[in-house]
Design a protein around this ligand. Sequence first.
Ligand SMILES: [Zn+2]
Length: 215
Amino acid sequence: MLSGITPGQIPGTPSPLRLAAPRSVPASRLERVRAAGAAFIRGTTQGWNRRELATWLVDQYAPCVTPPFHMETANLPPVMDTPLDEGFINRLILDARDRVLQLLAELVVPWEATPRARLAVACGAVAPERDERGAIAYYPVRLMRMRLAQRVSALFLADYLNRPTEYRWLMLCSECGELAFSAELAHGSWCEASPEEWIALTPAEALYAAAGSSG
Ligand SMILES: [Zn+2]
């Protein structure tokens, strides 16, 4: 937690509290990966129902995932072969949100994040792709049998592999659910939460460790 830490207290590190430009439409596929993950956290902070989850899966998740490298076998029955009631969907969403927030708290600590991200690549949930300029970027993979929590986690794990240092100062607005990467605080226009209402997902000891390693 950031309690007791104010800008300028840690020498050689960026201020934990900076105001960012308002959110805009993501231009690149890389940006859409992060935006889709952030939209899940933001949406589920307000509470989502089946329709809102379905809209997110179609409009934000699907456009940024990549198909699996190997053809998946279809020996198992479809996951959703019976209609699911609204209560089940709500529990599914809340469970996914809890798991993803736990993951984010791990991603801010490099020695916990690196093995998690490597495991995601080894399992095929995240895959590297080479762009037209030859640069490698990581994208979430759309596997058939993934649970909702795994799908959202893959977004953040891919994004972490692309921009690990931006996860060092990760904060969450408790009011609107906006995530602040590199501690660049930006709410939705309706949110009037004060800086005190941002929750640091970065534990204080990790901040001090980063400050020490950066000299
Ligand atoms: Zn807010």
